[in-house]
Design a binder for this molecule. Structure first.
Ligand SMILES: O=C(O)C1=C[C@@H](OP(=O)(O)O)[C@@H](O)[C@H](O)C1
Ligand SMILES: C=C(OP(=O)(O)O)C(=O)O
Length: 433
């Protein structure tokens, strides 16, 4: 396990291009493998999670070649995955574990087992097993709800499915399965979540119909994705943005980051707290599903913050950035409250517990609730030691906390950052000059 030290910083300056989007890269790998013609993906994310996706596609029979700036995927076609040679290893990637079964469920007469690391083995799959069973697939999971689990493919039936939790992963799983079902499959979202799957399917020749909270796809013969360009990851950029807002004297430019409205909830929360972030962000979507992803540059500067309340409807739009909202809350005036975020307990770590305990150990005043946390701003953090618990977002949270703290922070388990942001420490060092 690697230890890293992040001392109180003087200021951040310059520009940073965040790593490529993890969510979009996973989807590019899967859709590329589902296609019958080769798909070129520019700016694919080469991080641990998304390498797992490419390996999984290879295990299913896709040919994947990796050049300096391009991944080329020669897929198997929608209904013709190969026999896998043993369990498919999803590593630490919950997104891969929850999306891929949507495709596998439609492979008539073939079965696939998915497994991953210790963290993945604690993350439930019943949320995808339930709709896939309704579509006709058989899913055998450990203790009824955990990996390793086996998906037995079949001829799928279309369903109308109301998501019990707002989850882009579950939504995407059902939509992918819907491509192989006869008839129209509809997913109803309680509140909006990231829409990358819908956009990428629309760009691949699928008719994706959105009517408010209802998203419908119909069975197709094949996918014809265009060549893809992956934008920068707003969730990774959020760590640099938070650092620049928190450290006095900072002023940075974040280049070529995704500005999809379903991913910029954190920026809206930050702006509400008084944070200075200027850029051309996408507006809330209407019913038309665009076949592309928007990207742009952001200017960020240090400034004082005030507390805010994040309600359930905002949670999926900022889910992976909520640890940073807790950190910002420590520096803000007044109270910062996050509600309706019980999903955080099911991530790479129980992020309600690990964030609250971790920031408390650095001098923060936070209370965990069942579905979020309450932070009392004290104007700063002392510093100390924080463990990543093998969770990439926790490792990067500790680093940013260190720069903004008075005494600095030691992060135990910094290597976890490589799951989504392998160049995190180097990029940060450059901004610190
Ligand atoms: O669809 C995706 O790519 C993701 C969706 C979110 O999970 P849920 O949709 O399960 O909340 C998010 O936490 C994860 O990092 C990536
Ligand atoms: C929760 C995350 O990812 P996943 O669910 O894919 O492991 C994340 O990246 O913060």
């Amino acid at each position: 396990m690697s230890r890293a030290r992040f001392d109180h910083a003087r200021r951040l300056r310059g520009s940073v291009t965040p790593p490529s989007d993890k969510s979009i890269s996973h989807r590019a790998a899967i859709l590329g493998a589902m296609a019958s013609e080769p798909v070129r993906v520019r700016n694919y994310l080469h991080a641990e999670d998304t390498v797992s996706s490419l390996e999984a596609m290879r295990a299913l029979g896709a040919l994947v070649t990796i050049d300096a700036d391009e991944v080329v995927i020669r897929g198997t076609g929608l209904r013709e995955t190969g026999e896998a040679d043993g369990p498919i290893d999803v590593g630490n990637a919950g997104t891969l574990m929850r999306l891929l079964p949507g495709w596998l469920a439609g492979q008539e007469g073939r079965s696939y087992t998915l497994d991953g690391d210790a963290s993945i083995r604690r993350r439930p799959v019943d949320r995808i097993a339930e709709p896939l069973r309704r579509m006709g697939a058989v899913i055998d999971a450990t203790d009824g709800r955990l990996p390793p689990f086996t998906v037995h493919g079949t001829r799928l039936t279309a369903i109308d499915y109301e998501l019990p939790v707002a989850s882009a992963q579950v939504k995407s799983c059902v939509l992918l399965a819907g491509l192989m079902a006869e008839g129209a499959t509809t997913v109803v979202e309680p509140v909006p979540s990231r829409d990358h799957t819908e956009r990428m399917l629309a760009g691949a020749g699928v008719t994706v119909h959105r009517d408010g909270a209802r998203i419908t796809v119909s069975g197709v013969d094949e996918l014809t994705p265009e060549d893809l360009v992956v934008p920068g990851d707003p969730s990774s950029a959020a760590f640099m943005i938070a650092a620049a807002v928190l450290v006095p004297g900072s002023r940075i430019t974040v280049r070529a980051t995704g500005t999809n409205w379903t991913r910029t909830g954190f920026l809206r929360i930050l702006q509400r707290m008084g944070g200075i972030v200027v850029g051309d962000l996408e507006d809330a979507p209407g019913d038309a599903v665009p076949g592309h992803e928007p990207l742009g540059d952001l200017e960020v500067a240090h400034g004082p913050l005030i507390g805010t309340v994040v309600e359930a409807g905002e949670v999926p739009l900022a889910i992976d950035e909520l640890p940073l909202v807790a950190l910002l809350g420590c520096f803000a005036e007044g109270e910062t409250v996050v509600r309706g975020a019980q999903e955080l307990r099911l991530k790479e770590s129980d992020r309600i517990a690990t964030v609250v305990d971790g920031l408390r150990a650095l001098g923060g005043e936070l209370e965990a609730t069942d579905d979020g946390f309450v932070v009392t701003g004290t104007g700063g953090l002392r510093g100390g030691t924080i463990g990543s618990h093998g969770d990439h977002r926790l490792a990067m949270l500790g680093a940013v906390a260190g720069l903004a703290s008075s005494d600095g922070v030691t992060v135990d388990g910094m290597e976890a950052a490589a799951v989504s942001y392998p160049t995190f420490t180097d990029d940060l060092a450059r901004l610190l000059g």
